[in-house]
Design a protein around this ligand. Structure first.
Ligand SMILES: C[S@@+](CC[C@H](N)C(=O)[O-])C[C@H]1O[C@@H](n2cnc3c(N)ncnc32)[C@H](O)[C@@H]1O
Length: 219
């Protein structure tokens, strides 16, 4: 997707992916990563996700990256925080409290931006990327995030019923993308069609949400 696709969605308020509460995967599965606060958690393609507030509430520091400054500003507003901003190459970095959110293209992040991170939380990041970019992301992740384990929330559906994003990423595709570098465990696998009225309107008859733990096997 071109950046303009996402900018337009944010400006039109077409953000059906945003949830008004933290994802239940965090309560259920975050502890499976075994990472203690106040470690830094990287949240790629973070939007204005309240999952970041959940992580901060547990004492973690959060480093997010997001194309839309509009989304980043909205996140800080939602937390009643006024960030300081600085330029860092092509990025504007907004920081307040435990949050540091980088505005720009994930793939342009400088290598040292992520040197402190201990874990990755990916909800609706991989599924936001079209297939060719998914492979680029799968190569990029281990290079940029080293040994950090990942909690990843993925979606799968019949692609003849709907065009992405979100793109369908069934378990075999997750293994194809990440299996060379990570040990992958399925932590939960649920039918979430009833809770996703927007997807039903787009034509889906079934939607499977799977939570994975990915642990690095080689560097
Ligand atoms: C499906 S949304 C998910 C947002 C968030 N993870 C959540 O759970 O609400 C994908 C987000 O990724 C952002 N995005 C898409 N491509 C990006 C890129 N290459 N670099 C940084 N952000 C990107 C979009 O602006 C959008 O906010």
């Amino acid at each position: 997707m071109e950046p303009s696709f996402w900018h337009e969605r944010w400006h039109k308020g077409d953000i059906g992916f945003h949830r008004d509460a933290a994802h239940t995967a965090l309560d259920s599965h975050w502890s499976a990563l075994g990472i203690a606060p106040p470690a830094v958690v990287f949240v790629p393609l973070c939007g204005k996700s309240l999952d970041m507030a959940w992580l901060a509430g547990k004492g973690y520091r959060v480093l997010g990256v997001e194309l839309s400054q509009f989304a980043i500003d909205a996140f800080f507003d939602s937390q009643n925080l006024t960030p300081t901003t600085r330029r860092q190459g092509a990025f504007t970095v907004s920081a307040a409290g435990p949050y540091e959110l980088w505005c720009g293209d994930l793939f342009a992040l400088p290598a040292d931006a992520l040197h402190e991170i201990a874990a990755v939380y990916d909800r609706a990041s991989l599924v936001a990327l079209p297939p060719a970019t998914q492979s680029a992301y799968a190569d990029w992740l281990p290079r940029m995030t080293g040994k950090a384990p990942i909690l990843l929330v993925g979606l799968a559906y019949d692609e003849s019923e709907m065009d992405g994003p979100p793109f369908s990423i069934p378990q075999n595709r997750i293994r194809q993308l990440l299996g060379a570098n990570y040990d992958i465990d399925v932590l939960s696998d649920e039918d979430v069609m009833q809770a996703n009225a927007g997807m039903k309107k787009r034509g889906l008859t079934a939607l499977q949400e799977t939570v994975y733990r990915a642990r690095r096997i080689r560097e």
